[in-house]
Design a protein around this ligand. Structure first.
Ligand code: IMP
Ligand code: MG
Length: 180
């Protein structure tokens, strides 16, 4: 796998340190006496991030997963988002934290926020590990952001190209010849 990565953008220990700090920021935003939190991870890209983040969040919480696909197969350009697994849980009156790997054009986050509001959540916030600044329209943003990165296609720590490289521990840029 290493040979297919052009360069490492963020190393695993730097990710771990930032995720721990994000968990502290999130914990501070949800006082411990505020009741249960519902995490809504967007599959599949957020699996590693949410696993690390939730274990550092000492709150009573539930999980309601949703699956959205924007980069089907070998494309690195977003297409129309498709919901491939519907949010099935009733979120009436709940405090919801949406968790995603990366905020790019914002289509995914806007769609999931809509779904969560529709199910009656009391509050909706979002945590993303990565953000490509200036790509999402004004008004589409996350309350908690790990790192701002340049507009490059990245893989690792859950992020994929053609469903590959999710298990790469760092965040890296693929060699261009791997993306075809
Ligand atoms: P958006 O809807 O354009 O904001 O894209 C968000 C989704 O696209 C994320 O949940 C990722 O799954 C995927 N995505 C966006 N940029 C990248 C990237 O650089 N590498 C891998 N996946 C990406
Ligand atoms: Mg993805």
């Amino acid at each position: 796998m290493e040979a297919e990565i052009d360069r490492i953008l963020i190393r695993d220990h730097d990710i771990a340190r930032r995720v721990a700090a994000m968990a502290d920021e999130i914990a501070a935003a949800y006082p411990s006496d505020a009741g249960e939190l519902t995490l809504v991870p967007i599959l599949s890209g957020s699996i590693i991030f949410v696993a690390d983040l939730m274990r550092r969040l000492p709150r009573r919480m539930r999980l309601a997963m949703v699956s959205i696909s924007t980069y089907p197969g070998r494309s690195t350009r977003p297409t129309e988002a498709r919901t491939t697994l519907e949010l099935s849980t009733d979120l009436e009156g709940r405090d919801v934290l949406i968790v995603d790997d990366i905020l790019d054009t914002g289509g995914t986050l806007a769609r999931v926020r809509g779904m969560v509001h529709q199910r009656g959540a009391r509050s909706v916030r979002a945590a993303v590990l990565l953000r490509k600044p200036g790509k999402a329209p004004p008004g589409v943003d996350a309350e908690f952001v790990g790192f701002d990165i340049a507009d490059e296609f990245v893989v690792g720590y859950g992020l994929d190209y053609d469903d590959l490289y999710r298990n790469y521990p760092h965040i890296g840029v693929l060699r261009p010849e791997m993306m075809r």
